[in-house]
Ligand binder design. Structure first.
Ligand code: DAH
Length: 346
């Protein structure tokens, strides 16, 4: 083949590629020109028969032809210079899909919302930055109460000593202020809500404390009489749904400023089912929530007549439920985003 013939062959091949209408035609041309038994490799193989003095120019022209044909095929979309180069290594380990999963705290919140929804509760929301009225005053917590102390609460603006200014801002120390917001917004009973969210306290972080954690508040208020027994049945249902069959609740008298009477709520130890073990310190019970009947003073703060309405409230820690449910010994694991931990609860 002369150089002239070679140039003609190149022009013809490029014209053919340019005219190729579909992937099948392109593949045929790839095989014809640059495939293992294609005409260009044949020319390269036949180089030894070309007169020695013509060889450099001929070799250069053949290589240029090959490059142009490959570029033209690639431009047509055959996958970059011909399929020969796309190697499949069948010995490589397979790629494992790792779909995302909800964080344990998100799961507890979602599960709680689902369980309480069956009892008619909707989800209410409130801001992390609260005012003193919603977080303390309306919840019957006086200015001298230790929880209002600077050493316990993240104040964003400070009032003068003892002053009960309504606009003083803080990072909410509990989700209870959403009770106040909900009642003020509703204007009249009934209200039946749970309020999940972040809460903040000036606690030093250790295995069971964090300065930023989550709570779920519950509130039910109605014009018909609401009783402590109603509260107990709702919490018993919740605990059974969340923790499993055979888990019950008991109330212990306690004090909270915003409920009267107030109780602490224990559930049957899920590890020993009440027999007594190390987890429950041999008592058979684990504390999970605070609760009680809404204090008449709280109703007065939102302008509701305590003679005409009654209700209960409860609040529990999301981290605490997650730690109990998934057997997590250290609260910090919930915030470190270590996939080796998160994948185990997914
Ligand atoms: N707010 C309380 C706390 O952070 C929890 C709590 C107790 C909420 C009793 C309530 C309740 O609604 O009635 O410790």
């Amino acid at each position: 083949m002369t150089l002239k013939e070679l140039e003609e062959g190149k022009a013809a091949s490029l014209a053919e590629i340019a005219a190729a209408a579909d992937a099948e035609a392109i593949e045929k041309l790839r095989v014809k020109y640059v495939g293992r038994n294609g005409s260009i490799p044949a020319l390269i193989k036949g180089m030894k028969d070309v007169p020695k003095e013509d060889r450099p120019a001929f070799g250069k022209a053949v290589q240029a032809w090959k490059a142009e044909v490959e570029a033209a095929l690639a431009a047509k979309g055959t996958g970059g210079g011909g399929a020969q180069k796309v190697a499949v290594d069948a010995t490589l380990p397979g790629r494992w899909p790792s779909p995302g999963a909800a964080h344990p705290l998100s799961r507890v919140i979602a599960d709680s919302a689902r369980i309480f929804a069956k009892l008619g509760f909707t989800v209410a929301d409130g801001p992390d930055v609260e005012n003193r009225f919603n977080n303390f005053t309306a919840l019957n917590t006086p200015p001298h109460h230790p929880s209002q102390d600077r050493s316990d609460t993240f104040w964003l603006t400070l009032a003068n000593e003892g002053e009960e200014a309504k606009g003083d801002l803080l990072l909410r120390t509990q989700t209870s202020p959403v009770q106040i917001r909900t009642m003020l917004e509703a204007g009249a009973p009934p209200v039946r809500v749970i309020c999940p969210g972040r809460t903040y306290r000036r606690d030093t972080t250790d295995a069971t404390h964090s300065a930023n954690f989550h709570q779920i508040e519950g509130l039910y208020v109605d014009v018909k009489p609401v009783s402590l027994a109603d509260l107990k049945s709702v919490l018993a249902y919740f605990t059974k749904e969340m923790m499993g069959e055979g888990i019950g609740v008991r109330f212990r008298p306690h004090f909270f400023p915003f409920t009267e009477p107030s109780v602490e709520v224990d559930m049957t130890c899920h590890v020993c089912k009440g027999k007594g073990c190390n987890v429950c310190k041999q008592s058979g019970w684990i504390e999970i929530a605070g609760a009680g009947m809404v204090d008449p003073r709280v109703f007065k703060h939102v302008g509701w007549d305590p003679e005409k309405v009654s209700g209960y409230a409860f609040g529990f820690g999301v981290e605490r439920i997650a730690m109990i449910k998934y057997g997590i010994p250290d609260i910090r694991w919930l915030y470190e985003n270590d996939l080796r931990f998160l994948e185990q609860t997914a």
